[in-house]
Design a binder for this molecule. Sequence first.
Ligand SMILES: Cc1cc2nc3c(=O)[nH]c(=O)nc-3n(C[C@H](O)[C@H](O)[C@H](O)COP(=O)(O)O)c2cc1C
Length: 374
Amino acid sequence: MHMYKSSIISVTYKHLVKPILFRFDPETVHDLFLQVGKILGRFSITKSLTRLLFSYQHPSLEQTIHGIPFKNPVGLAAGFDKDAQLINILPHIGFGFAEIGTVTYKPYEGNPKPRLYRLIQTKGIIVNYGLKNLGVKKIIQRIQKQKDPEFPLSVSVGKTNSSATSSTRNGINDYYNCLKELVKSNTGNFYTINISCPNTFGGEPFTTEERLKKLLFKLNSLKISMPIFLKMPINLPWKEFKKLLDIAMQFKISGVIIGNLNKDHHSKAIKDLIPLDIKGGISGKPTWELSNNLISKTFQTYGNRFIIIGVGGIFSAEDAYEKIKRGASLLQLITGMIFEGPQLIGDINKGLVELLNKDGYTNISQAVGTYNIK
Ligand SMILES: Cc1cc2nc3c(=O)[nH]c(=O)nc-3n(C[C@H](O)[C@H](O)[C@H](O)COP(=O)(O)O)c2cc1C
């Protein structure tokens, strides 16, 4: 029944809805998604209808990680619901969790437009929002009105994008102030420290060992009881990436999200011509291989020390399963949903159940990291 419904939605999305949406500026379409999602999340009837059409759940997808029960491993990645507008509809679409933000202490209206650019042949998006968001205080108010408190939310914390936070000291204080607001108000189920936003003033200053250590040392003083994840860059060679993980090992970091956008505009996965004036990190297929290699190496080196959330270029259940077998316990996506349609979430979950069955596993946790062992 699910496959039947979802095939109809998939064909309709790909052949009717997407060709129309893709004629419009990508940010306009993103804003339209947010408006529609906000309305659907307001009423019981629209939520039930959405659930009926899209959601797929199965006991073999359920896991409890660091005390948080996840109904399935597929999460919405940071950047789609920056200002917590969709939290009441995302569980009904079939997501297992969502990451809000990236949120910063002060609001930021975003880099000058255009800040999204589609790479249609490549199946990717160039993103240059520069951490646009309403600021942590406003976003906390929204999250506290969440109607389904059982739906796990992570809040991604970044550094306010402005020249005032570009020194290491001010940058660290800015992260600290943002996280402090979240901790004080007990908002969300876990936090992600985003050290890898490529589009901000001053670049990515916390992807060096010394500065990351200073940042984590300061954040440690907040005595946070909730799990904390680090959102990792994917353009670092393994040796450099590992140095950051070795720093994270010294602190109460529960997991790593691997990873963020691909900064390389010459990646071999890019099939479209990118105009020279288009700036930003690239999502989708160009993140697939980089993220997969880093997931495998992280799992092989650190085992269960870090829970891995695998992100980057997931467009199918097979893609999702590959990241799980490489070592990811949870997954996140955005671009796959934009290119394939919102039924992708249920399709991935259904496909995962079939793939698990085929391999003789009764729960997703049994498949985590198995690819590396063989
Ligand atoms: C429109 C857009 C906005 C994004 N904004 C953020 C952000 O604010 N913080 C962040 O950590 N990652 C951000 N990302 C990166 C995603 O969270 C994710 O790491 C990346 O897109 C790879 O996943 P995907 O291929 O499934 O899209 C953004 C991605 C997209 C497409």
